[in-house]
Design a binder for this molecule. Structure first.
Ligand code: PGA
Length: 250
């Protein structure tokens, strides 16, 4: 699986052409085995789903949702609303939301629960800061993010969950985790998931790596046994780079 996290980027004309190009290319046989997802800014979601790719072959995801179904939450939207318009995935707990919008593990857990209940493929983001890695607490930090983030999800709902490991120090910095660092953490994540939900469930979970993933390093990262794909920021804003990353499984 390769997911493009556009963040707050692209004016409508460029966004439209990016979706159109990726949707067209996604039909080609080399992408048959890869689930391709684009996550544009929320206000483009209906356009991305209908106008920009009328056949609707490319999966579309949101970057965030509220934890309640509806109510007095100015400026927000719910997981049910996303699902109702045809959105299939939602990123939750991205480190930028944690750092800039005060999302705690508890808030992330509430949002994950809402997204899973709404039937969205729910992408839980986790990852340590540089200080946490240098302090040697990175495994603990990620374990806490997983356990709190998944506290409202039961075994039967867990199949909806995708986990994205994104070391904060690698996001937008050009510094990728080495494939060994990614594999080490992904394997630790699978163990935490196995303890909570069972081995077969953990084995079936898609684990994405994110943080300066680009065409030049994707193949090596995706070749790791516990890396099942990528969550792509900067490189997802360019159709050619995004598609090259998606073709890196071959
Ligand atoms: P990046 O961002 O690929 O630009 O490092 C990844 C992300 O934040 O999801």
């Amino acid at each position: 699986m390769v997911v493009g996290n556009w963040k707050m980027n692209l004016q409508p004309a460029r966004a439209a052409s990016l979706v159109r190009t990726i949707a067209q290319e996604a039909e080609k046989p080399q992408y048959e085995q890869v689930e391709l997802v684009v996550c544009p800014p929320a206000l483009y979601l209906p356009l991305a789903l209908k106008d920009w790719q009328p056949a609707g072959s490319l999966a579309v995801g949101a970057q965030n949702c509220h934890w309640e179904e509806s109510g007095a939450y100015t400026g927000e939207w719910s997981a049910q609303m996303l699902r109702a318009i045809g959105v299939e995935y939602c990123i939750i707990g991205h480190s930028e939301r944690r750092a800039q919008f005060g999302e705690t593990n508890q808030v992330v857990g509430d949002k994950i629960k809402a997204a899973v209940q709404a039937g969205l493929g729910t992408i839980l983001c986790c990852g340590e800061t540089l200080a946490e890695r240098e302090g040697g607490t990175h495994f603990e930090v990620v374990e806490r993010q997983l356990l709190d983030g998944l506290s409202g999800v039961d075994k039967s709902q867990f199949a909806e969950v995708i986990v994205a490991y994104e070391p904060v120090w690698a996001i937008g910095t050009g510094k990728t985790a080495s494939s060994a660092q990614a594999q080490e953490m992904h394997s630790a994540i699978r163990q935490v998931l196995a303890q909570k939900f069972g081995g077969p469930q953990a084995d079936a979970t898609t684990l994405l790596y994110g943080g300066s993933c680009k065409p030049s390093n994707a193949a090596e990262l995706f070749a790791q046994p516990d890396v099942d794909g990528g969550l792509i920021g900067g490189a997802s804003l360019d159709a050619e780079q995004f598609l090259q990353i998606a073709a890196s499984f071959l």
